[in-house]
Design a protein around this ligand. Structure first.
Ligand SMILES: *Cc1c(COP(=O)(O)O)cnc(C)c1O
Length: 475
């Protein structure tokens, strides 16, 4: 099992090498050269397994270089403590709740196991350097990385977040983070400023770090992508068990999308043979992907809109490059061309044949802010189910795309992470976790309760020009 770059400019590597490298040396992203196959008779057998066993089974298919035993242990450590359930919403839609981990967003599923995968990969390659994980976050990734890597031998973490760009719950989650190897710092600027600053640090080869490598926990890392394939297989198994689907029947899936990591994992699940019908990419008002899927033109030259689903406020979805690569049949030259156009002109146009493959594989849709809010309100009133704004984008777009197949919508965050928007949508008094709990009579997830009474550990704020010096002086 080898992994090759989307830009075709470097040698194929094994999964452990790809996981430690993150980005490929030619600037591309590592992709499976050939997909493993999940035989259809494997699914009924997997129905009897728990989530940990299912995850290990999928990881073994993609990472045969690490022993099955070590992957099973890694999955056990990462997932034994939280469920990944499918919940029926109404007659047609089921929700895959991915937010029962320690930070209450779906990024936990990848970031709880990524440290294990990195440690195992380093051991396999006899690489005994230390890893300094550097993250720019718009909210959810930072906290999930802090929780995943905290107090892990051989790792330290530094998270930069935009001072005024995260929700109050997200900010409190980060500045109260516990652990001896973690640090959190606000940047005076927006998410793009933090992201640009972090990219500049990665590109700066004058930084001397002795026996330490800078590493990213960004969603372009193969070690974040592969664990996400497992929950689609697991959801199918749970729906088989509950009778919501029959073996072999097609399942339509809608994914609220930002960087295109989550939905790419669904595409990978389809490539290995999971019976997925329509795959629907749901965007918020930043509808670059919906436009591309409608017209074949990717155009980032527009204003970024700040919405109530901030994890989807993205104009360049980095994992989309992998979709271009796979759906063009591995045409690295084409991908290089398109990415060059994007970098130089802010746009590109897919050739006719590629557009056709996209039409047959992915459906796009998007949802503006008033419809997000209206969806949260009506689903609360009619189904007594509380959606977070990201999941609400998914539900709204899914409803436009109902076919004869069952529909699964991926639920990416607890509504208690975005109480300002959720309270306003359902017309609640106040905007806090307590206020939302009181009016809905739903108990907030344990990690979010009492956030306000936890000690604040991190108060540093830097200018965007000071990020590198800050990192070096705190290593
Ligand atoms: C990160 C995130 C998304 C977007 O996922 P991608 O993999 O970047 O497409 C959606 N919802 C929530 C709550 C997130 O944290």
């Amino acid at each position: 099992m080898k992994y090759i770059s989307t830009r075709g400019g470097c040698a194929a590597v094994t999964a452990p090498e790809a996981i430690l490298k993150g980005l490929a040396p030619d600037g591309g992203l590592y992709c499976p050269e050939k997909f493993p196959t999940l035989s259809p008779d494997r699914l009924p057998a997997m129905v009897k397994m728990n989530y940990t066993q299912r995850a290990a089974e999928i990881l073994e298919m993609f990472i045969p270089d690490l022993s099955g035993g070590s992957l099973r242990q890694a999955a056990e450590k990462a997932y034994a403590k939280f469920p990944v359930p499918v919940k029926p919403l109404d007659g047609k839609i089921s929700l895959l709740e991915l937010w029962h981990g320690p930070t209450c967003a779906f990024k936990d599923i990848a970031l709880q196991i990524l440290p294990e995968l990195m440690s195992l990969s380093a051991k396999k390659l006899s690489d005994n350097r230390k890893f300094h994980i550097l993250v720019a976050t718009s909210g959810d990734t930072g906290k999930a990385a802090l929780e995943g890597f905290r107090d892990r031998e051989g790792f330290s973490v530094l998270v930069f977040y935009p001072q005024n760009g995260v929700s109050e719950t997200q900010r409190l989650q980060m500045v109260t983070q516990e652990g001896g190897n973690v640090r959190v710092c606000a940047v005076n600027g927006n998410f793009d400023d933090s992201q640009t600053g972090v990219k500049a640090i990665f590109a700066d080869d004058t930084i001397e770090l002795n026996n330490t490598v800078l590493s990213s926990a960004n969603s372009i890392n193969l070690g974040r992508l592969l664990p996400q394939v497992a929950y689609y297989v697991s959801a199918y198994c749970d729906m088989l068990a509950s009778g919501a689907i029959k073996n072999g029947q097609m399942l339509d899936i809608t994914v609220p999308t930002g960087n295109f990591g989550n939905i790419l994992a669904a595409l990978y699940a389809k490539m290995i043979g999971l019976p997925i019908g329509k795959l629907i990419c749901a965007s918020n008002s930043n509808n670059v992907l919906a436009d591309f899927l409608a017209t074949g033109v990717y155009n980032r030259r527009r204003e970024l809109r700040l919405t109530t689903s901030p994890a989807m406020d993205i104009l360049v979805s980095s994992n989309f490059e992998r979709a271009l690569f796979h759906l063009s049949g591995g045409d690295a030259e084409l991908v290089r061309d398109l990415m060059k156009n994007l970098a130089e002109n802010g746009s590109y146009t897919a050739p006719e044949s590629l557009k056709k493959t996209f039409d047959n594989t992915l459906t796009g849709g998007w949802c503006d802010e008033s419809r997000v809010s209206g969806t949260i309100k009506s689903v609360w009133e009619n189904e007594k189910y509380l959606l977070d704004p990201h999941t609400a984008v998914g539900v709204a777009v899914a409803r436009e795309n109902i076919s004869e197949n069952p529909m699964l919508v991926v639920s990416t965050a607890s509504p208690f992470k975005f109480t300002e928007a959720v309270c306003e949508s359902i017309g609640a008094d106040g905007d806090t976790i307590e206020a939302l709990g009181k009016i809905t009579k739903i108990t907030a997830p344990e990690p979010l309760r009492n956030l306000g009474s936890k000690a604040i550990r991190f108060t540093d704020v830097v200018e965007k020009t000071e990020m590198k010096d800050y990192m070096i002086s705190n290593l």
